[in-house]
Design a binder for this molecule. Structure first.
Ligand code: FNR
Length: 358
């Protein structure tokens, strides 16, 4: 059996295979309410039918001001929990596991959805935008300047992540992934490029990592011990003055000690940088973290072909692969992978309705 079809056990959860759907914002909630819609139901149900072993729902805001766009999903109230439960239930009914990425967009909040036809920029308050918060008053690219957070606001963000994790459990999710990548709030604290604070949350590695470690520790305390906890990081800012791989390895060691089960290894997003985005470009980052910290990793980024994904696992670079855009193009990618890699239909993740044609 190819390795990508091997189950993976983390805590009490058995993932039926190691081909996972990467978290991807759908910008498809109505009226700024953050409640998943029929689109979210269809988007996830389709990929569960297509054989993905774990689906991680998009960056879901832990507080309204943490949304990237007004149409982002949220998990800051109970109406959202009810919406997510429908999605989780349909995914479970097809044998897949379901995770949710908990997020706060920090200085990259209050922007337009990519397909809104607006230039890259902040949504003004006159168009239902809101002021943004960050470690320091440093704008990202052309976005509005954020306000530096007070210590009380930092405490509030920690509480928001913890409460969101409790709601994720109520909604039936198997996995929580804390979003600390792509230049959003927790990454902004990690990186010296965006964090110029002179209190206990800025300066040294320990201080810059303090917020993420606090969030992770407090989420781990309330997230059931039976369920795995993931953290997505940008392993490098791809910039000399930014966050880097050595710091990511140090961080991963600490995350593992706290009880993080898997680090989902992405990169970039916090500063404008030249990113060598080509096949497997982030795999060496996942490999370095896996080898040097001992934590399980997920590899993501331009993984598009079954043999490519299989090699990443058999060569020991990661414990699972996550697919983003390939899974948008091809929701039944795992079924194609099974066919290409010679897995019989009996062993492939076919829904029973499709086995006659397999
Ligand atoms: C993304 N990505 C992303 N990442 C993340 O951590 N949270 C998110 O909500 C999103 N949203 C999102 C939306 C869309 C439409 C795309 C295409 C991407 C990044 C994604 O998870 C993945 O890391 C990248 O797309 C790289 O993987 P692929 O697409 O090369 O397989």
């Amino acid at each position: 059996m190819p390795h990508i079809f091997d189950p993976l056990i983390l805590r009490d959860v058995t993932f039926p295979n190691r081909i996972w759907l990467a978290p991807m914002c759908q910008y498809s909630c109505d009226a700024g309410d953050g409640i998943p819609t029929a689109w979210h139901f269809v988007h996830h149900a389709t990929r569960a039918v297509g054989g993905f072993g774990l689906l991680i729902a998009e960056a879901s805001a832990v507080a309204p001001e943490g949304r990237i766009t007004p149409r982002d999903a949220g998990i800051w109230n109970h109406d959202q929990v009810a919406g997510w439960r429908r999605v989780v239930d349909v995914v479970h009914s097809h044998g897949a596991k379901m995770g949710i990425q908990l997020a706060h967009a920090g200085r990259k909040a209050s922007t337009y959805p990519p397909f809104a036809g607006m230039a890259n920029g902040s949504v003004p308050e006159s168009d239902a935008g809101w002021p943004t918060l960050a470690p320091s008053a440093i704008a990202f690219d052309t976005l509005a300047e954020p306000r530096a957070m007070t210590l009380e606001e930092i405490d509030d963000v920690v509480d928001a992540f913890v409460d969101a994790a409790a709601r994720a459990d109520e909604a039936g999710f198997d996995v929580v992934e804390i979003h600390a990548a792509h230049g959003y709030l927790l990454h902004e604290f990690l990186s010296p490029a965006s964090n110029r604070r002179d209190d206990e949350y800025g300066g040294s590695f320990e201080n810059r990592a303090r917020l993420l470690l606090r969030v992770t520790r407090e989420v781990r305390e309330i997230w059931p011990q039976s369920k795995p906890l993931f953290v997505r990081i940008s392993a490098t800012d791809w910039a000399d003055t930014g966050w880097n791989v050595d710091e990511s390895v140090r961080l991963a060691i600490l995350l593992k000690e706290i009880g993080v089960d898997l680090v989902d290894v992405s990169s970039g997003g916090n500063v404008i940088a030249d990113i060598p985005a080509e096949k497997n470009y982030q795999v060496p980052l996942a490999q370095a973290i896996r080898e040097r910290s001992g934590v399980a990793t997920g590899a993501v980024g331009l993984i598009t072909e079954p043999a490519q994904a299989e090699a990443i696992l058999t060569e020991g670079h990661a414990d699972a692969v996550l697919l983003g855009r390939a899974a948008l193009r091809e929701p039944y990618w795992p079924l194609r992978a099974a066919s290409e890699l010679g897995v019989t239909w009996r062993d492939a993740p076919y829904p029973e309705q499709y086995t006659r044609g397999a």
